[in-house]
Design a protein around this ligand. Structure first.
Ligand SMILES: NC(=O)c1ccc[n+]([C@@H]2O[C@H](COP(=O)([O-])OP(=O)(O)OC[C@H]3O[C@@H](n4cnc5c(N)ncnc54)[C@H](OP(=O)(O)O)[C@@H]3O)[C@@H](O)[C@H]2O)c1
Length: 329
């Protein structure tokens, strides 16, 4: 008989709503409980998505003995405390991106997860999507040869709102941790984590977060680049160019359902169509459950070491911009 995993959702903001739909879709997943800092909000969320239990504090959720895994969906600067709370209560965690605000916080959380033998994964859903996995397969089969360049952009114009977490330094705001983490996860999946040089330009504005940035990563034999920002409109495509062809993702590459392979003469040689089964978030849930069923403590598709290496690059970028979050001052 299939094991049913009891999911707890910590924080009931925008992405928690999308994620809850996916939990309700995935076989073997049960949206068992949710928690908000506000009990009425938790109750409303529980009613909307059919959660059996709701709590007016994150502590109560973390302490519920019947939960198998907690999905943390609070703002970036809260992840450290929230994940730690889950670990202290012996809970496995799937935590939203960016997993923490810096490497120091992440390394502490990883030590606790190891000590307590708990599963820990960043909810970088892109890395669990069939289209992304197909691109990795084409690359590893040598279909595009040696990579010469990777380009991936993620900009999403958002009207400035001083209440919005995106613009608030104390909530881990800024385009790099919110958007740039996707192109960085994409680029490093194909070129690795050790660019020889990193060059960038940034626009720090508003309440003092990075509103947008342009980044170039120089690898031994390849270039990679991305633009991320809250005040730039963009197609948000991604393309990997190799010596024998290229792989192209449709706009909004990080949630793309389709991916195409072109040969060196720019002729379409393969197209892979992978419609989402629900809203795309189901694949990371399926992955987390597979890992739990197999007794793994980290994801095969998105290992925590990848998250660590990406965080190091983001730390390096922020250091070059002299941009520190309040907790780092
Ligand atoms: N994977 C994706 O596609 C995706 C998309 C969007 C966002 N995200 C990530 O998901 C996380 C949440 O993003 P979101 O867009 O859902 O944010 P949001 O709508 O602002 O919701 C965040 C929730 O966190 C809780 N929270 C806890 N402490 C808070 C504080 N001090 N201030 C404000 N809220 C606080 C609140 O829930 P309660 O009131 O219920 O406690 C709030 O509703 C971020 O890490 C973000 O990067 C991922």
């Amino acid at each position: 008989m299939q094991k049913i995993f009891n999911w707890g959702i910590m924080a009931t903001g925008k992405i928690a709503h999308t994620f809850a739909k996916a939990v309700n879709y995935v076989p073997g997943a049960k949206l068992y409980a949710c928690a908000s800092r506000n009990s009425a909000k938790a109750e409303e969320f529980a009613k909307k998505f059919g959660a059996e239990k709701f709590y007016g504090s994150y502590e109560e959720l973390a302490a519920d003995p019947d939960i198998d895994i907690i999905y943390v969906a609070s703002p970036m600067s809260c992840h450290y405390e929230n994940v730690k709370l889950c670990f202290e209560h012996g809970k496995n965690v799937l935590c939203e991106k960016s997993i923490t605000i810096n490497s120091e916080q992440l390394s502490e959380l990883i030590s606790i997860a190891k000590e307590k033998d708990l599963f820990f994964m960043e909810a970088m859903w892109m890395k669990c999507l069939p289209a992304f996995l197909k691109a990795k397969q084409w690359f590893s089969e040598g279909k595009i040869g040696e990579i010469k360049s990777v380009r991936a952009d993620f900009s999403n114009p958002v009207e400035f709102d001083p209440q919005d977490r995106l613009f608030r330094p104390e909530l881990g705001g800024g385009a790099l941790l919110d958007l740039g983490v996707y192109p960085l996860s994409f680029i490093t999946a194909f070129l690795g984590f050790e660019p020889e040089e990193i060059h960038s330009s940034v626009n720090i504005a508003g309440l003092g977060v990075d509103m947008d940035e342009a980044v170039i990563l120089n690898y031994k034999n390849a270039y990679a680049s991305f633009v991320a920002g809250f005040d730039i409109d963009n197609e948000n495509r991604a393309v990997i160019v190799g010596t024998k062809g290229r792989i192209a993702f449709d706009p909004w590459f990080f949630c793309a359902e389709n991916v195409r392979l072109y040969d060196e003469n720019n002729r379409l040689s393969e197209e892979s169509l992978n419609p989402h089964l629900c809203n795309g978030y189901e694949f990371e849930i399926i992955e987390a459950q597979k890992c739990l069923a197999d007794g793994l403590k980290e994801s095969r598709l998105n290992p925590i070491s990848d998250t660590v290496n990406i965080m190091k690059i983001m730390d390096r970028l922020r250091a070059s911009w002299k941009f520190r979050f309040p907790e780092e001052k």
